[in-house]
Design a protein around this ligand. Sequence first.
Ligand SMILES: Cc1ncc(C[n+]2csc(CCOP(=O)(O)OP(=O)(O)O)c2C)c(N)n1
Ligand SMILES: [Mg+2]
Length: 558
Amino acid sequence: MQPRSGGEILVASLVRQGATHLFGVPGESYLPVLDALVDVRDRLAFVVCRQEGGAAYMAEAAGKLTGRPGVAIVTRGPGASNAAIGVHVARQDSTPMVLLVGQVGSDMIDREAFQEVDYRRMYGDVAKWAAQIDRADRIPEYVAHAWRIAMSGRPGPVVLALPEDVLSATAAVADAPRADPTPAAADPAQVADALARLASARRPLALVGGSRWDPDACADLAEFARRWSLPVACAFRRQDLYDHRLPNYAGDLGIGPNPKLAARVRDADLLLVIGERLGEMTTSGYTLLDAPAPRQALVHVHPGPEEIGRVYQPAVGICATPGAFLSAALATGRPPAEVAWRASAEAAHADYETWREPRPVPGAVDLWRIVRWLDERLPDDAILTNGAGNYTTWLHRVFRHRRCGTQLAPYSGAMGYGVPAAIAAKLLRPASTVVSWNGDGCFLMNGQELATAVQHRLAIVFVVIDNGMYGTIRMHQERTYPERVSGTTLVNPDFAALARAYGAQGTTVETTDAFAPAFERALAHDGPALVHVKLDPQALTMNASLDALREAGRRARA
Ligand SMILES: Cc1ncc(C[n+]2csc(CCOP(=O)(O)OP(=O)(O)O)c2C)c(N)n1
Ligand SMILES: [Mg+2]
């Protein structure tokens, strides 16, 4: 066996684990890795980014899309600090991800050498596992372990610190085998118990979310819901798990959900929750179910045993991946000939359709109609990405996802995700249409990655909804402290001109009718294109204008 440098061993390990892209910003701390990458360019592409926050978001998005860890590599303290946001998203979104961090040499560790940080402590509470590799001959072992941890149970981020001398040292060591997530199969007795309870329920509802889904699991879900005539709701930003056009689709439980859907959850006598961990956003701030003992009989299926009964004690808690549970459920039992809730799925779907009907909004740009147009125009496999802000609410409410893997949106509510996530999506799924949906605030958090999109000639359509403010916070401000605007107004660049300066196409749109031709032009462009949409600041929310919110805030204070 030939001796190899730590950098070569690491890169070979990444290839062995099936990584195809490595997102990063270079640092002198990991030169042996950069060097080793030269020889594997055809198998492992190094996507050089402009800020580690963008790189970490791209890695997280890659993990979300593929179910195997997305990988980012960054330098010591400054790089690792910038990358923290992506690790946090991976944590909250249960996404497999691995962050590699250059570390100072072991000859000077613990002196607080230049840019030194102890990543095990820094990431202790955010990462699923944070470790430092102190010997070159153990790199394959750590990498294989990292992959397995990141993907198994409830997936999450792993951080591996790489001391400089470990990367330049040589060792004669074999690569570790490819790691796969540990399967979590459903206990047959529990599946039978869950189905027996479902058969005797009167108002059941299924709620799906979380990670570890794949197209087969989504297909099984659709079949299960059809057979059992079950209404199906999706968790916050997990809308791509269920085809919105199916007659059982009941809508999503995001921020400000359809009150009729929220009532269905409250009034359900049985909730079949698959994959979702029942977080704050999906439960309307932990109000839809009573903690710790929900009134609804809760059947909670989750691949991480630590999430079952974490907030809500279930009637049946099944530790399984969504796919394992659904295939077992399809094989186990059939519904009774007549179920008590026969018409409820149709009624829930009708409520959903009404909920996405356009309502009047102030100003010349109507986002209801723009998103409805996109809904009709985009192909079924189009991938949509977004960050956080009021501008996302139109997308989530009006756009109908049809396929698994078409929504990249942070469950963690992190801004700035839409641009880097779209870049990862287009690199990994070059044949898919990718639309990056951003607010003006959101876009400028990682707008620098437009340079990365241009560098790789990625045909992504970036949309920027520009209302000249951090609108979500302004909304809260007007409700709670009316007329006292503080820290939420933005003086923005000309986004279309900015896009052109990067080498992308840029168009500004000031009316609803101008959107479709601008978007078509962007779609036809052979490279990144940006559509800058000027939104009237009065169109602050889907339901109420800025003035109406202010007035309501004033009345509440009086
Ligand atoms: C990284 C990050 N910083 C701050 C916030 C708090 N926050 C949530 S939404 C929002 C405003 C978003 O502004 P914009 O993208 O312009 O969308 P708008 O609400 O105006 O539609 C802010 C500051 C956050 N969620 N994430
Ligand atoms: Mg805004």
